[in-house]
Design a protein around this ligand. Structure first.
Ligand SMILES: [Zn+2]
Ligand SMILES: [Zn+2]
Length: 144
């Protein structure tokens, strides 16, 4: 078992993702869609897809806030963030099944190194100055 610890910006919320094999069970990807730009305040969102059952809040569960909205394509998008600092934690769409997408930057340094990006989504909305990342897949469509 490999524990991947993380938490929100202010540290009020802590979590652990526990996987047998992060290389095969986790998939980090970059998303250039408009929703990810707005929610994260950056050019893209970057999240790590893991089984929901592998994710456990270990501190500050009472501070978790939820925002739900249509993603623009008729699918409800669920996002969780810290009610104290406003920092993102995770997201999942109505079609995500038993998976959640944890915001990559919330993982601790050594944990991020075990789940480096495998692909990019919504590349048609990549900002012109942002280069493609070599050696990973590039897709035009929505993150799945
Ligand atoms: Zn916080
Ligand atoms: Zn996105």
């Amino acid at each position: 078992m490999t524990p991947l610890p993380g938490g929100c910006y202010c540290g009020s919320i802590k979590y652990t993702i526990t996987l047998d094999d992060p290389e095969s069970q986790a998939r980090t990807s970059i998303c250039h869609c408009g929703n990810c730009k707005k929610f994260t305040g950056g050019e893209h969102g970057i999240t790590t897809k893991v089984p929901r059952s592998s994710f456990e809040i270990t501190k500050g569960n009472e501070h978790v806030r939820v925002h739900e909205a249509d993603n623009g394509g008729g699918v409800t998008l669920h996002r969780e963030f810290c009610g104290i600092c406003g920092g993102p934690l995770l997201e999942y769409g109505a079609n995500a099944g038993d998976n959640i997408y944890v915001f990559y930057g919330t993982l601790e340094d050594h944990a991020r190194g075990q789940v480096e990006p495998k692909g990019e989504f919504f590349c048609k909305l990549r900002d012109p100055w942002m280069p493609e990342i070599e050696g990973i897949f590039q897709k035009q469509e929505i993150k799945q």
